[in-house]
Design a protein around this ligand. Structure first.
Ligand SMILES: [Zn+2]
Length: 157
């Protein structure tokens, strides 16, 4: 793919650090006309897609930085399922599980109660992962379709 990459710009207008660092965002704009096509609220957000995007403003094609699932490195796959906000939620959930197990009476602590606690405290994360799954499957399908087309083209020449 020989397309010009999108322009990535970080915005942190209040220069907040620490707990208020989420008040920052990243804009992505068309390299031809600088038209902004996306805003992300965490850095290096992983997007699924073919990477090719046509600017709505100028109609030229560029690389928007998205990649299909099979093209992503393992760390980016993990990041897709557990972006920073969800990582924090997972950490908080695990903390609640461990804390509850520590304060619970010894005789009720077993594998079953442990599993129930994980299900209760980590359910938002599980729901989030389930919501992400259809997008991954769609991306894998797109990837396979595209490769099928390429094979057919090269096979015909
Ligand atoms: Zn443009």
């Amino acid at each position: 793919m020989d397309l010009p990459p999108a322009i990535r710009e970080d915005h942190n207008p209040l220069a907040f650090e620490g707990p208020l660092a989420f008040l920052r965002w990243t804009t992505y704009s068309c390299p031809h006309c600088q038209g902004v096509f996306r805003r992300d609220f965490w850095p290096y957000n992983v997007r699924l897609g073919s990477g090719e995007r046509m600017s709505k403003k100028c109609g030229k094609v560029f690389d928007d930085g998205s990649r299909e699932w099979p093209d992503l490195a393992a760390s980016r796959k993990l990041r897709y399922f557990l972006p920073p906000g969800i990582q924090a939620l997972t950490g908080a959930g695990l903390f609640c599980v461990i804390f509850t197990l520590i304060i619970a009476p010894r005789d009720v602590v077993n594998f079953q109660t442990g599993s129930i606690l994980v299900a209760v405290f980590l359910s938002p994360v599980l729901v989030w992962c389930l919501l992400r799954l259809p997008f991954v499957l769609r991306s894998v399908h797109r990837f396979k379709d595209e490769h099928g087309v390429h094979q057919r083209i090269s096979g015909g020449i």
